[in-house]
Design a protein around this ligand. Structure first.
Ligand code: ZN
Length: 545
């Protein structure tokens, strides 16, 4: 067998970056005038700019960034492929996840368009390119994976530029799982046995505010004080949990991913993070997806701050930034390698404008246009073109909020599914496809259906997007354990959707979701028009942009 090459190999140039350094180490050290020395993808030293360069860097001139360096943002929940879609105008307040999945609007605006995009030839590279850049332009250096399936029955993750928690091929970065075999999702003891074999399991848990949503959590109880909860279980949402539930979860070292924007938009309420925190539950953040969430984690930080203030100032600005950096790394068991800017860690970082005022408050008020540079594994990926060029980077010229930027999408071991597609070509291809959705749906309806069509293909493997919840795969995104004497817990109703009228008759042309909030003149107006979203976000978010 050939050796497994990590998705992000320890390669890359010698670089030195100067600016204010917000390390996010355990003491929250900030170097007002610091230099970060990087070699082969890792941080070799972090020191005051007056200190002599470490051995080997005598001839490397530090590049003055003029900004503040932060560890790259780590996001633990995002259905990335869906991020080509625009924010949904939520029609009414829901109380659990099962309800909105059944609305006709949801099929017309979310699952229907994604079904068509996922099955149309040549769109896969465009979707991946676009949604990955959407992360990068928001300072996100780690997110969830993009799963693919092939006509030969294979399943795998896209090996991308943004780090993905589900596939690293790197022993130092143990892989998280985000899906569970349905048999293990339905049997509590099997579920517990499965948890025991994994360092981190990211599973949807209790999304909503009502008792059926809470039952997802209560059903983890085996008997007495025995629960199917371990230090690996990371519940996504946990919105229906009560204080006692968080106590149970925290005592067993369970953690959670908080997606306040998505929760507040759909349910008008979100997880009780005050209790979660008080009960020792470790918390990270995730933007969920563009149809009901933030465009990127930078945006989700702002909503987290507003939600925290509304709940009685649960997290300081610094602690909000920690949720998306050091806390997320600890949940993944990646804290020795990521989550802070320290010697020996991987060089994932981003740099924002300004180096004088409070760095954490400044970050929470930043726009995507405030981002000067993003590095993943020591490779400059996105930023001001002068900085990119000084660091030896090259790439595609792009505009963010009207400002000139450069994005470097080249990788020595790039995934073959992506090819050489540029971001601008991806944007054009997707805009065109979304504008012609009814026609594309008609074309697909004339052919045999998705998986059957894929199976019918012969020759080399052809890869398709594996879209969560659009088809039965034998894998689940959430535990489906049920309580004795109760109705089975909530979950998606795939059959209901499949039985509805043909997509070509219900789909309308759609507009591609702009890459950043800085590029989306209507975004904040759309937020203000949301009826379920509490006023502290509806009115407060604009002040943070
Ligand atoms: Zn989700």
């Amino acid at each position: 067998m050939p050796p497994v090459i990590p998705v992000d190999p320890l390669a890359g140039p010698k670089l030195a970056l100067s600016g204010r350094v917000v390390t996010m180490d355990k003491d929250f050290t900030v170097l007002p005038r610091g230099i970060v020395y990087i070699d082969q993808g890792s941080i070799l030293a972090v020191q005051d700019s007056a200190a002599p360069a470490p051995p080997g860097f005598e001839s490397v001139s530090p590049v003055a960034t003029g900004g503040t360096l932060f560890p790259g943002l780590i996001e633990l929940h995002n259905h990335l492929s869906y991020n080509v879609l625009q924010l949904w105008q939520v029609p009414k307040k829901f109380t659990n996840r099962d309800q909105w999945g059944r609305t006709p609007d949801y099929r017309r605006l979310v699952t229907g368009p994604m079904t068509v995009l996922g099955q149309t030839a040549n769109l896969l590279p465009a979707v991946i390119r676009y949604v990955e850049c959407k992360c990068l332009f928001g300072g996100v250096t780690t997110s969830q994976g993009i799963e693919l399936f092939s006509n030969h029955g294979g399943r795998r993750y896209y090996r991308g530029i943004v780090r993905n928690v589900e596939q690293t091929d790197d022993a130092d970065l143990p892989e998280a799982a985000a899906k569970i075999a349905d048999i293990e999702a339905r049997d509590t003891r099997r579920f517990l046995a499965r948890l025991a074999r994994q360092s981190c399991f990211l599973l949807h848990l209790s999304e909503g505010t009502d008792d059926p949503a809470r039952d997802h959590f209560l059903a983890l109880k085996i008997q007495g004080s025995e629960w199917a909860i371990t230090g690996a279980l990371t519940g996504i949402h946990c919105a229906a949990l009560k204080a006692d539930d968080f106590a149970v979860h925290g005592e067993r070292n369970g953690s959670m991913v908080w997606s306040p924007f998505s929760n507040l938009l759909l349910y008008g309420a979100t997880a009780n993070v005050k209790e979660a925190r008080a009960k020792g539950v470790r918390i990270a953040l995730g933007s969920d997806w563009s149809p009901t969430g933030s465009k990127n984690l930078l945006g989700e930080l702002k909503v987290a701050r507003l939600a925290s203030l509304a709940a009685g100032d649960v997290f300081s600005e610094r602690e909000i930034v920690a949720l998306a950096t050091r806390e997320a790394a600890a949940i993944l068991k990646w804290e020795k390698r990521l989550g802070s800017i320290e010697t020996g860690k991987r060089a994932d970082l981003f740099i924002v404008d300004g180096a004088t005022a409070d760095p954490y408050a400044g970050l929470l008020k930043s726009n995507e246009t405030s981002i000067r540079l993003v590095l993943v594994n020591g490779v400059p990926r996105f930023g001001h073109s002068d900085l990119m060029k000084k660091l030896g980077g090259a790439g595609e010229a792009v505009r963010v909020g009207g400002k000139a930027r450069m994005v470097n999408l080249r990788a020595a071991n790039a995934d073959p599914v992506i090819g050489a597609i540029t971001l601008s070509a991806a944007r054009e291809r997707l805009s065109d496809a979304l504008e012609h959705l009814p026609k594309l749906a008609r074309d697909l309806e004339r052919k045999p259906a998705g998986p059957a069509r894929a199976a019918a293909l012969e020759g080399p493997p052809v890869w398709f997007l594996a879209l969560d919840e659009l088809a039965h795969t034998g894998m689940e995104l959430r535990p489906r354990l049920s309580l004795p004497g109760r109705r089975p817990s909530t979950g998606p109703s795939l059959a209901l959707r499949a039985a509805s009228e043909p997509l070509s008759t219900i789909l309308k042309p759609l507009t591609l979701d702009p890459l950043t909030v800085s590029d989306d003149a209507a975004f904040l107006d759309r937020i203000e028009a949301q009826t379920v979203l509490p006023s502290f976000v509806r009115e407060g978010l604009r002040r943070l942009y």
